[in-house]
Structure formats: structure tokens, C-alpha cells
Write a protein that binds this ligand. Structure first.
Ligand SMILES: [Zn+2]
Length: 468
């Protein structure tokens, strides 16, 4: 059984910041002891390997609860495979992803889940789990939900947007929520009024407003807020918890805050793109704005302060990426002359931990809150804690040695995601991943990739740990 000691660093979890050495045995965290104590000295003497973390942070690997590797969308596929996407995630200090298996309309959930397993099996550099996208709620699929929860697929995403593709009407949503209330499944909601948005899309295109920036205008903040409100009330009627994905609008945050103040089990996630980018990016000339087309859309800059505040006050609890990359050349370009044909999605799985560390440096959040929103809470929300999301005896040794003083400039020229642009091109960031362990095995070792496709294991999940 290999013994690794990570020595001399500052261990930061959601709960604590302690100067401690960490003993890893057999892929798990065995113990923590204060630096240079007798036990720690003993470990160092007998270790197979000692990783020097002096002056560095020792943090749990990131848990990105919202990725879309190889997602089919708008006649093309997200450009990261499970192999390239999980490798890039590791480079950025993320050691677990929860990706979305997709049910196609008319197919059982099982068929969708099987095909996502086939895509991911033996490909991943880090551990992974699945949520299930429900595109077709009916008697059979409701029954299948129970089985999936038992098997460790414990969360189900529904869409109030994308009529004709993923969309569910309120009746179907209510049924799925009722089932979730019974079987423990957590309903995740893409909350935008897609029926109304499609009218505005049609009107915009008819009026010749075809540029990417109109994507942001037709997907109105009020239509996010309205859908968020409706989802909350449907969940309340069903007696089910609700997790709202990719919250971007101030008005939607207000709905979530109100629901939480009422004591409802309503949770909210936002993403780095809403915290760091804005409609200014969507308005970039020469079709460059297409690089920033995602749904919910980027909002005017003034929404950012509300999102940061909500992350501090715990009205929003999680930052995931919604990583869904499409190359500018050949993919985003499908929407030249018609913004509605631009594939929706941004790359980010590699950037999340660094961007949120920059937020620590900038004073938006504390160090422990960084770990909480990026590691611990997503792990708890989706039934992976305490195996994932913390550094504690018994936890998987998914550990990142993070250099808080290193300087880097984000660029497509140096990133590892399989996409030809960066949404954060040229952004200066203080802090960088140095070494990453996944279940005790080095994946990134001193800024060198030493992982392999197939190391990452499928990880069945328990139910949400925030419900009483
Ligand atoms: Zn998504």
C-alpha cells in the first residue's frame, strides 16, 4: 500500500484552515498531523513519497457538478470528449465531474444512461458521476427514476427552455417533482421561459437582429426570473427540493433568496461566466460575441455584484461550470447570420478553481468559501461527501497542491480543453495548480500531466445531503 505524505502546506477545507501534514494511504486520506509533530516526522521517514507543499495550499480536488462532455446540441457535439475534458479538468484542479446523461424523446432513461456510460467508460482521467436529463416525462420514465436513484443517479434535470428538444411543460415538471419527493431524487431546473423566448427569437430574426448580442436580449432576465419563480412554486406544491442550475439574473437570485427565506429546500448554482463575463462580451464585433453564447445568457455587468453577494450569503451555494465547449471555427460559426443557430455553451472546466481563487484574491469570497462552493457543497448536494469535497480521514485522496502566489495568463494557446478559444483569453490570475492526486495517484505532478484515461472511475452517488 503506497504511502504519500504532503508536507508543510496550509490545508484549506470548507470548515478549517490548518497547517498540517497529510498522510495518504491506499488512495485515501489516513490522517492529518501538525507539521513537524512526532507522528508527522514518522510518516515522512516511512513514506514512499513526500510532496513538499511549503508555502502552498493543500485543498480538496474540485467537484464540478455541471459538465456536458460530447453533448449533442444544434446539429453538432460539444468538442471535449470525456478523455480531453477530464484531463483538462485535472489541469485545473478538479478531480470529480458530474456530467449529464441525456434521455432522448421516446427512449427510456436507461438507453440514455447506457450511452453516456459508453462514452465515458475507460476514458476519464478523474472520477465522474452522472445526472440524468429527463426529456420525456411519462409513466415509464417516472418509474425508471426510482431505479436510477437506487443505482446512484440521484438527480434529474428538467428544462423549461428549448421547446421541441428538452422542454417539459408544467404538468410534466410537476409529475417529476412529485416522484422526486417520493424517491429522494433532486430535481435540477433549467429555468427560462422557453416558449416566450422562442417568440422573441422569431421576432428578432424577422426584424434583422441576427448578431450574437441579441441572444442575450431575447433571453430576457425577467423570463429567467419568471421561470425560477414558477419552478419554485411547482416544487413547493410537489413537496420536493429544487436545485436551479446556472442562475445568471439578479431577478432570479431574488426569487431563490425569497424561497430560502420561506424555509424551502431551494438551492441555486451560478457559473464563472456569469461572475466574470457580461453582455459586453456578447456584443464583441465580427461575430466574436458567439464565443460567449450560452443559456441562461450573460447579463449586464451590474448583475455580477448580486451574484457575488448571494455566494457570500449562501443564497447561492454552488459554482459549477456548465462546461459545454464548441469551437469558434466550424461550430459557433453555424450561427453566422442567425444567432439562434449558435450552439449554446462555453468552455470552463479547466478555469473554475483558478477563477474562484482570483475571487479570493479580489476579496469577493473567503478562502474557505472558495472551497465550500467549488468542492464541499457540490459534493454534499449530489451525495458524494465525504468521499469527495474535503480532506479528512477516510476521504478519497483527491488533493490539490495549489500555489497561491503563482501568476498565470489564461489563454487558448496554453489551455488543455479541446476548443480553439478561451472565454477568458488574456485574463491574469494569481494562483495555479501545481500537483493533483486522484485517489492518491498523481494526475498532475509539478505541472506535468502524468494521469491516464481510464484511471477515473464511475462513482455512484447518494442522495442530496442538505435535506432534513
Ligand atoms: Zn448545462
Amino acid at each position: 500500500m503506497s504511502r504519500i505524505v504532503i508536507r508543510g502546506g496550509l490545508v484549506v477545507t470548507a470548515a478549517e484552515e490548518v497547517h498540517a501534514d497529510v498522510l495518504v494511504e491506499g488512495g485515501r486520506v489516513a490522517a492529518l498531523a501538525s507539521h513537524d509533530s512526532d507522528p508527522a516526522r514518522g510518516w515522512t521517514a516511512s513514506a514512499d513519497r513526500v510532496i513538499d507543499a511549503t508555502g502552498k495550499y493543500v485543498i480538496p480536488g474540485g467537484v464540478d457538478a455541471h459538465t456536458h462532455m460530447e453533448l449533442p446540441f444544434g446539429g453538432t457535439f460539444a468538442s471535449d470528449t470525456f478523455e480531453t475534458g477530464t484531463r483538462a479538468a485535472a489541469w485545473g484542479g478538479t478531480t470529480t465531474i458530474v456530467d449529464f446523461a441525456v434521455q432522448s424523446v421516446g427512449e427510456p432513461l436507461r438507453a440514455g444512461l447506457d450511452s453516456w456510460h459508453a462514452k465515458a467508460d475507460a476514458q476519464c482521467a478523474i472520477d465522474y458521476g452522472f445526472h440524468m436529463i429527463l426529456s420525456d416525462v411519462n409513466e415509464d420514465t417516472l418509474k425508471e427514476m426510482d431505479i436510477l436513484v437506487e443505482e446512484g443517479v440521484t438527480s434529474f434535470k428538467l428544462f423549461m427552455a428549448y421547446p421541441g428538444v428538452f422542454y417539459s411543460d408544467d404538468g410534466r415538471i410537476l409529475r417529476a417533482m412529485q416522484r422526486g419527493a417520493d424517491n429522494g431524487g433532486l430535481i435540477m431546473m433549467h429555468a427560462e421561459n422557453g416558449i416566450a423566448i422562442d417568440v422573441l427569437v422569431e421576432q428578432a430574426l424577422a426584424a434583422g437582429r441576427t448578431d450574437p448580442r441579441y441572444h442575450g436580449e431575447v433571453r430576457h432576465a425577467l423570463l429567467e426570473a419568471e421561470a425560477t419563480h414558477r419552478a419554485i412554486r411547482l416544487a413547493q406544491v410537489a413537496g420536493s427540493p429544487l436545485y436551479v442550475v446556472h442562475v445568471s439574473a439578479r431577478q432570479a437570485v431574488e426569487q431563490i433568496t425569497l424561497a430560502r427565506d420561506e424555509g424551502l429546500n431551494v438551492f441555486g448554482e451560478t457559473c464563472p461566466q456569469y461572475l466574470f463575463l457580461s453582455t459586453d462580451n456578447l456584443a464583441e464585433p465580427d461575430f466574436e460575441g458567439a464565443k460567449y453564447v450560452c443559456s441562461t445568457p450573460l447579463r449586464p455587468r451590474e448583475h455580477q455584484a448580486v451574484l457575488w453577494r448571494a455566494l457570500r450569503t449562501n443564497d447561492l451555494q454552488v459554482v459549477s461550470t456548465d462546461h459545454c465547449p464548441f469551437c469558434f471555427v466550424g461550430q459557433k460559426e453555424l450561427g453566422r447570420g442567425d444567432f439562434s443557430k449558435i450552439p449554446n455553451g462555453l468552455p470552463g472546466v479547466e478555469n473554475r478553481m483558478d477563477l474562484l481563487h482570483q475571487a479570493v484574491v479580489d476579496g469577493h469570497i473567503s478562502r474557505r468559501r472558495w472551497i465550500e462552493i467549488a468542492c464541499a457543497t457540490p459534493a454534499r448536494m449530489f451525495g458524494l461527501y465525504p468521499r469527495k469535497g474535503t480532506i479528512a480521514p477516510g476521504a478519497d485522496a483527491d488533493i490539490v497542491v495549489y500555489d497561491p502566489d503563482a501568476e498565470q495568463v489564461v489563454s487558448a494557446a496554453t489551455h488543455h480543453m479541446n476548443v480553439d478559444y478561451s472565454a477568458y483569453e488574456g485574463k491574469r490570475i494569481t494562483g495555479r495548480v501545481e500537483t493533483v492526486l486522484s485517489r492518491g495517484e498523481p494526475v498532475i505532478d509539478g505541472r506535468e500531466y502524468v494521469g491516464r484515461a481510464g484511471h477515473g472511475q464511475y462513482t455512484p452517488r447518494g442522495t442530496c445531503q442538505y435535506l432534513v
